[in-house]
Design a protein around this ligand. Structure first.
Ligand code: ZN
Length: 114
């Protein structure tokens, strides 16, 4: 058995499907497409623990997010049951050579805003 089918083999197989199989396949295919689309999305950020995203702004191919964060220090106010996260602060995200980069901006997104 070959590990992957050629497109023409796939097409041949498609024409042997029952209606039920075809419907199943359609559902599956649309979720596969969705997954692939998310992978090619330039700034799909992985969900991160201890972060709360309050606001998102997209400017060109950069993403700006207002986040409340957990710093990771063991005895900080941001740890524990009634944790109080730091911030909110703005962070910038972008891709460089396929790698996700981020930069801390601060309390205000625009330098001159109040
Ligand atoms: Zn902290």
């Amino acid at each position: 058995m070959p590990r992957s089918l050629s497109l023409s083999q796939l097409r041949t197989a498609l024409h042997r499907l029952t209606l039920e199989q075809a419907r199943d396949l359609q559902r599956e295919l649309s979720s596969v497409i969705q997954e692939l689309e998310q992978q090619t999305e330039p700034l799909a950020l992985p969900p991160r623990k201890g972060r709360e995203i309050l606001q998102v702004q997209r400017v060109d191919d950069r993403l700006y997010q207002l986040e409340r964060v957990r710093c990771g220090k063991p005895n900080c106010k941001c740890v524990g049951e009634n944790a109080e996260l730091h911030g909110p602060y703005w962070y910038a995200y972008w891709r460089e050579d396929g790698k996700l980069k981020s930069r801390y901006i601060g309390k205000n997104l625009a330098p001159n805003s109040p």
